[in-house]
Design a protein around this ligand. Sequence first.
Ligand code: GDP
Length: 215
Amino acid sequence: IFARSVRFIVGAVSSKQLPSTEVKEVAFVGRSNVGKSSLVNMFLGRTKAAYVSKKPGKTRQFNVFDVNSASVDSRRASSVVEESSPWSPSGRFRLVDVPGSGYAKVSESYRDEWKVFLREYLGTRDNLEAVCHLVDSRVGLQKTDLELFELIGESGFAGDVIIVLTKVDKKSARAAEVLAAVRQAAPAARVVSTSSKEGIGRAALWRALKGVVVP
Ligand code: GDP
């Protein structure tokens, strides 16, 4: 499963800069270093060239990508391992890469701005159908993850929350324990286990989004 095309639309720092809402959206959120850029690249079947989340000075932006809006994209990664699935996504949707919180170097005023924007985005974005909340299976739920659960809850967001466990490599010793903690903390959420390093969980994530943002 690959995205047919991925196009960067805008790096938004306020709601006003977000594109119009006629296309369904899925947001990816999580602490910095959770493995978000690796996961999104694996999910879309892209190399790093198509998707860069860490440009200096651009860390505040909600990066919006148009997926499957064009018929071909030659930047598809050929090295990504394909998981077997009879289904191939064709519909257009948007992917919004929300910058990470909980980074030690981030100032308090930045964190406040980030929270205000994220709460507003989650609570008011009509076309936002799903939020993928990434949790690092090797470090488990952190304070910032719990804050994120709380923020999603109080924002009024009524769509799907999908917890994406990252770095669930074959040798990951803590993954089962972290999965249990996640299920307890968010009993209603679907959980998808992934490893970008080992190419695990891509098809499962596409399936989790099928009928939500992907037709
Ligand atoms: P981001 O800051 O959330 O965008 O995270 P990155 O994708 O840049 O990854 C952060 C770190 O985690 C990097 O050192 C990656 O090599 C590592 N990483 C990402 N995905 C995996 C994975 O599936 N398994 C392992 N073991 N490490 C990973």
